[in-house]
Design a protein around this ligand. Structure first.
Ligand code: KG4
Ligand code: ZN
Length: 335
């Protein structure tokens, strides 16, 4: 069939473009924004300006790496939301202008649905229905996936996201942003000797704000006795925090598997790059007889291949978007 889709992602701080042909990834290019490290978090104004600078070179690179000509692109899939509005505007405006100049259709994509469909970038692909634990910097959800474009959120965080729990802990520990990968690395040298409480939230919902407060009080108390506590015990603190976040996530996805009877279990989103979560999912899956799906690192964090894949399934259904489209900061999965 030779259907070529250009995917564009600009919902947060990474600018990404990808080309896929008949569902196969030909290129997936990401420009990271290092600037936010200095501020301890993503600064929307800085992110928006960087997207503007990066978007044309990143799209050019994706086309070049795919070895195609831009006139071969059949449709442009772009992240419409959820995300930072100033960041989304850059990707949406670019996609509209580029589609207009090439005379091809536009396809809007929900960023969180795309994280789930990142599993279709490469085999092994989950069978329907499957459960996907989507854990990123802004979201923590358990999604029941009945089909490529048929998803329902059956559990979600009531406050902070799992990625935020990592990043906010990192801030308390004086680590750079985003702290998730740094805590992951430091935890490998430590042991989970400090016991942080598991929140008692009924059902399939999550809460991480209590954990953050518990860590804050714990550090304040320890620093009274030992002003160098953080420096002396950094690896053990990281291992303890990470182990609690992972146990919260694994316990909830286990409950979801039990309640639904589904044994096809996937993880997605930036936090699914976490080494302890990946090994804990594999271990629990082996014990419980699940088929587990863990994406390659490049498909865990924000990337345009997942946007293009989602666009491809919408293209096959003939679901296109008008030039009047505007970005949305909030957008429910399956909504
Ligand atoms: O999906 P993503 O790239 O962007 C959003 O849509 O939010 O996720 C970013 C989040 C950040 O909170 C970051 O700290 C976290 O993913 N993260 C990790 C790891 N790599 C990225 N958290 C824990 N361990 C990691 N290895
Ligand atoms: Zn994301």
């Amino acid at each position: 069939m030779n259907t070529v889709i250009l995917g564009i992602e600009s919902s947060c701080d990474d600018t990404s473009a990808a080309i896929i042909r008949d569902g196969e990834v030909l290129s997936n290019c990401v420009a990271n924004q290092e600037a936010h490290r200095l501020y301890g978090g993503v600064v929307p104004e800085v992110a928006s300006r960087a997207h503007q600078k990066n978007i044309i070179p990143v799209v050019d690179l994706a086309i070049k790496k795919a070895g195609i000509d831009k006139r071969q692109v059949d449709a442009i899939a772009f992240t419409r939301g959820p995300g930072l509005i100033g960041s989304l505007i850059v990707g949406v405006s670019f996609a509209k202008a580029y589609a207009l100049s090439l005379g091809i259709p536009l396809i809007e994509v929900n960023h969180m649905e795309a994280h789930v469909l990142a599993h279709f970038a490469e085999p092994p692909r989950p069978a329907f229905p499957f459960l996907c634990l989507t854990v990123s910097g802004g979201h923590t959800q358990i999604v029941l996936v009945r089909g490529h474009l048929d998803m329902e959120v059956i559990g979600q965080t009531l406050d902070d996201a799992a990625g935020e729990a990592f990043d906010k802990t990192g801030k308390l520990l004086g680590l750079d942003y985003p702290a998730g990968p740094i805590i992951d690395r430091l935890a490998q040298k430590g042991r989970p000797v400090f016991d942080f409480p598991e929140p008692q939230i009924p059902g399939l919902d999550f809460s991480f704000s209590g954990l953050k407060t518990a860590i804050l009080y714990f550090l304040q108390k320890q620093k009274q006795d030992d002003p160098d506590f953080i420096r002396n015990y950094m690896a053990d603190i990281c291992a303890s925090v990470q182990s609690r976040i992972v146990s919260i996530l694994i316990n909830k996805i286990s409950l979801a598997a039990e309640e639904t009877g589904i044994r096809e279990i996937a993880i997605a989103g930036g936090v699914s790059a976490n080494s302890e979560l990946r090994s804990a999912l594999e271990k629990t899956g082996a014990e419980k007889g699940w088929n587990t799906y863990i994406p390659k690192f490049e498909y865990c964090t924000d990337n345009a291949a997942m946007i293009a894949i989602t666009g491809y399934y919408k293209y096959l259904k003939g679901t296109f978007t008008s030039q009047e489209v505007e970005p949305v900061a909030r957008w429910k999965v399956g909504g």
